[in-house]
Ligand binder design. Sequence first.
Ligand code: ADP
Ligand code: MG
Length: 318
Amino acid sequence: MSEFSLIDIIRRRCTSSRSDVVLGIGDDAALVEVPPGCELAVCTDTLVAGIHFPLGTTAFDIGWKSLAVNLSDLAAMGATPAWAVLALTLPTDDVQFVAGFADGFAALARMHKVALIGGDTTQGPLCISVTVHGLVPRGQAMRRDGARPGDLVFVSGTLGDAAAGLQYVSGHLRGQDSDLLKQRLNRPEPRVAGGLALRGLASACIDVSDGLVADLGHVAKASGVAIEIDRWKLPTSFALQSCCTSALRTQLQLSGGDDYELAFTVPAEKIDAMNDALAGVDCAITCIGRVVEGEGVRVVDSDGNEISTLHGGWEHFS
Ligand code: ADP
Ligand code: MG
């Protein structure tokens, strides 16, 4: 099977009808039309086999997740997803894998009207690098540096589920009812609609991919503030609650990775408008703390004692 036959398998599965794609897959570069008054939000995330997904993960889930983690970054910026580029490194010309991968990628791409407009296909250890492009009205992207003392801190969805799912997949946790947790690990659902609704309301926003404390640490640093989190307010699914001790649960929620939820700060006077904006969107949120003066992230328990987190979150090379 040639490189070009593999590209064709992907291209046939990832069709889209976006009228702003002037030239898609097939030439030296794609051409797209950026609407006037918009900025382009661009980001890349790479998935390496055995590091970003366990080795037994299905091709469909790998395809889905490789796009999902990128759409999560666009969601955090408040950008509308538009186009994607896919750099695929494969150990062999495994047609079944490529077809399954492309089906997973296409399933999520269709949900968010993302067009796959190009990429690169090479041989080597399994590695997937996706670049996505999103559109945001000029000057309106949600950045990490806008949090101010007095703002409240929110997170979407529930935390720690994917990290628990990984514990099941790797055999560290046992029991029934792990399907939802594994689903959260393998098929993250990027909070695109939530991110769009928060534009103009959140003072800062980030997606939680490396662990809540680590990611809110980036917001605190960029904004020059400190963030206080109330441990007992962390949103918890029934599945997580029933699968492990509260100590492990807290650890997974604070430092586990792969949540792909939005963590954001909102000035007190915009809370009502935020609730209105989110009312029509399938994106539950929970207030988990506040922005104060100082630096870093503190997690406190209901007795006021500070909780020490074992490690801040996932970091390569550390
Ligand atoms: P070039 O040699 O000019 O870089 P390639 O032969 O690598 O072009 O790719 C041919 C066409 O197929 C290009 O338009 C490229 O964007 C597209 N393409 C290659 N690999 C992929 C992929 N994995 N997914 C989507 N498009 C791809
Ligand atoms: Mg090339």
